[in-house]
Design a binder for this molecule. Structure first.
Ligand SMILES: [Zn+2]
Length: 360
């Protein structure tokens, strides 16, 4: 008599417990799979690209996601899907992300909009928050790809993400008013990310009516992604490096894509260009003392050796990979840059000029 009673009780309570525990367990299994792959990659990136990584352990994630999407959306199931959607972005699992977003749009639109939209490109992943749709992200991607291609053509930097093989991320969020400018967010463990506020969900144009230079801002932030200077307590370039690469890129992209419709929306060059900086710093003396001095130094370096040679010097330091890294972010010094020019610059006369500009 005793045993059947227990069995009956267990049989009754179990399905209810499963209904609540299972979505959370499935989300945890999905997140764990993504984390395991990213942790292993950070420890030993090798030659793996993000496309290679996303094939690993795919079965575990598919099982979890299929199970979550199989039945009707309940609050625990919605929470679990949002967790999976966020984890999917850490591994560029765009197909999973889209499946999740589609299901949420149907059954939980508020949660779908909280999760946001995404666009995956072979070099980067865009995450749109606050009501930016896929169409907006596709237009943004065209501009961002043109800027990256511009960097390839002008400087030829090889290593973009602080973790080799991982795509760059841009987190684009729609705001009523831009209170914080775009910034490089170095804290993410697995990739380099730019935080980018916008104010118009329909069009990407710059400058904004209140004078925010979004186009220059993107070019500028990529300068930070490529190189930070000094160390934790010393910004050796006084914030001039990203300004320098930013204006050089505004010039290049503006000139190269003159005929494109999207380019007509980006008019920053009138206010942000290398020529403007030349005029502004005509009487400045090149130095490492302040922002003006470093800007002048970079302009003189640019004119002396050309941006390609600057890119080659940075690439040489990356290949050696002995300079400082903080949270995987690469930090350089102007002394190291000079040492790199000594190895990479063949022209003796130009090298003598570099030695006058950069500290020994
Ligand atoms: Zn900056």
């Amino acid at each position: 008599m005793f045993r059947p009673v227990i069995l009956l009780a267990t049989a009754l309570s179990l399905p209810i417990a499963i209904a609540h525990a299972q979505p959370a367990r499935l989300a945890a299994s999905y997140e764990k799979s993504v984390k395991k792959i990213n942790d292993a990659h950070v420890r030993k990136p090798g030659k793996n690209s993000e496309d290679d990584l996303e094939k690993k352990d795919a079965g575990t994630r598919k099982r979890a996601l299929d199970a979550l999407l199989r039945s009707k959306l309940s609050p625990p199931r919605i929470d679990a899907l949002v967790r999976c959607g966020e984890a999917a972005l850490d591994l560029d699992l765009i197909a999973d992300f889209k499946r999740i977003r589609k299901a949420l749009l149907k059954g939980a639109p508020d949660q779908a909009s909280k999760l946001g939209s995404a666009h995956s490109h072979k070099r980067f992943l865009l995450h749109g928050i606050g009501g930016l749709d896929e169409e907006y992200l596709a237009a943004f991607a065209e501009v961002f790809a043109a800027i990256l291609e511009g960097y390839d053509e002008v400087f030829g930097f090889r290593e973009w993400s602080k973790v080799p093989g991982k795509k760059l991320r841009v987190r684009i969020h729609l705001e009523e008013k831009i209170t914080r400018p775009p910034h490089f967010a170095p804290q993410y463990p697995y990739h380099s990310e730019i935080d980018f506020p916008v104010i118009d969900a329909k069009r990407l144009y710059s400058p904004t009516r209140t004078g925010k230079f979004l186009f220059y801002g993107l070019c500028h932030e990529l300068g930070h992604v490529i190189a930070m200077w000094g160390h934790r307590r010393l910004e050796e370039d006084h914030h001039a490096w990203a300004h320098y690469t930013g204006v050089v890129l505004v010039d290049h992209v503006t000139g190269k894509h003159a005929g494109k419709a999207w380019r007509k929306e980006l008019r920053d060059q009138r206010w942000r260009s290398l020529d403007k900086e030349r005029t502004k710093h005509a009487k400045t003396k090149a130095s490492l003392d302040d922002r003006s001095g470093v800007m002048k130094l970079l302009i003189e370096l640019h004119d002396l050796v050309g941006p390609r040679a600057i890119g080659a010097a940075i690439n040489w330091l990356d290949k050696k990979d002995r300079r400082l890294r903080i949270n995987h972010v690469r930090y350089y010094t102007f002394k190291e840059l000079r040492q790199s020019f000594e190895k990479t610059l063949k022209d003796r006369k130009r090298l003598a000029g570099v030695k006058k500009l950069l500290p020994g």
